[in-house]
Design a binder for this molecule. Structure first.
Ligand SMILES: *Cc1c(COP(=O)(O)O)cnc(C)c1O
Length: 343
């Protein structure tokens, strides 16, 4: 029985066409700025996000941390939601690398409210940390793939400008937000000082993320990337996969979203409770009285891989992606039904 892997949109393998693009890539030493494929990827992503420049980095974690590193000084504070990836799933990097602390807001689906953000900004004074940046996440991972309403981002941007703060947009799944709404990446990114985007989630590249912003900030980000050991040499092989993904896989994200909705409907029919509406490719579901860890183990033995979400004991997270077809979604539902009937 072939497992159907719904653990994450990071589990995809490069397609044959992507591998071919990687094999053909022109390369050079990117620490010298001489890899033409990396340079092209950086230009294309900067243009897509409406920024002056972009920088290729190995992971989304490095993209977020390099961004926050250039925006802050030790002792500063950022405001973000309590479930934000940059403080929840990055191994304590914000504190360990930059000496920065977070003031968190328990935001509905992780989407920050400008009024609450404004209330979290510290007053001036010797005793206070300096509030330096607001970090937001679109789509929101812990929020079940929630998409930010554009007006909300604009209001947060207006607030940040008025109060002299930077705005960092963690856009690991920004492409999914764009596919869900038809809004261009540059529109979502307009208010942001720095933007991070991933190529290795829904887009299906094997690795790679980018940081985008002004030329000066990206130059500083480049320095921090080197400091963290993220300066890669003939990285064009990876950049070629990213370019292929950007050009060929953005358009198909709507399929993942349709599959996620189909999965959600099927889970509801099986008695599953969905805490959030399914807007993109993440599906959170709880089955009353069943621990997600136990269910996850039972599902695995039927060939359905799904992880506990982690924020409460009954919640499971299922993710649709490039390597899961509509037929496999139906197959997964049949297998899940068997597991639920069995115990
Ligand atoms: C996955 C993810 C990241 C980090 O990406 P890695 O490449 O796994 O380091 C950052 N932010 C969000 C919202 C993510 O989902």
């Amino acid at each position: 029985m072939t497992p159907i892997d719904l653990r994450s949109d990071t589990v995809t393998r490069p397609t044959a066409a992507m591998r071919e693009a990687m094999a053909r890539a022109e390369v050079g030493d990117d620490v010298y700025g001489e890899d033409p494929t990396v340079n092209l990827l950086q230009q294309e992503v900067a243009a897509l996000l409406g920024k002056e420049a972009a920088l290729f980095v190995p992971s989304g974690t490095m993209a977020n941390q390099v961004s926050l590193g250039v925006l802050t000084r030790p002792g500063d504070e950022i405001v973000c939601d309590a479930g934000a990836h940059c403080i929840s799933f990055e191994s304590g990097a914000l504190a360990a690398l930059w000496g920065v602390q977070a003031r968190t807001i328990a935001a509905d689906r992780g989407l920050l409210d400008p009024v609450e953000v404004e209330a979290a900004i510290r007053p001036a004074g010797d005793v206070f940390p300096r509030t330096r940046a607001v970090a937001l996440e679109n789509t929101h991972n812990r929020g079940g793939g929630a998409v930010y309403p554009l007006e909300r981002i604009r209001a947060l941007g207006e607030l940040a400008r008025r109060r002299g703060l930077h705005l960092h947009l963690d856009g690991a799944r920004l492409w999914n937000a764009c596919a869900a709404t038809g809004i261009a990446p540059a529109e979502y990114a307009r208010e942001a000082t720095t933007v991070s985007v991933c190529l290795s989630k829904g887009l299906g590249a094997p690795a790679g993320s980018l940081v985008a912003g002004s030329r000066d900030l990206v130059a500083e980000a480049r320095r921090l990337r080197k400091r963290l050991g993220g300066g890669m040499r003939q990285a064009g092989v990876l950049a070629a996969a990213g370019l292929h993904a950007l050009r060929n896989h953005r358009g198909r994200l709507a399929e993942d979203h349709a599959n996620a909705r189909r999965l959600a409907d099927g889970l509801t029919e099986l008695g599953g409770l969905l805490p959030f509406p399914v807007e993109t490719n993440l599906v959170f579901v709880a089955f009353t009285g069943r621990s997600a860890a136990d269910l996850s183990a039972r599902l695995a033995s039927e060939g359905v891989l799904a992880n506990p979400e982690g924020s409460r004991p009954e919640l499971l997270r299922l993710v649709t992606h490039l390597d899961v077809s509509r037929a496999q979604v139906d197959d997964a539902l049949a297998r899940i039904a068997r597991v639920l009937r069995a115990a």
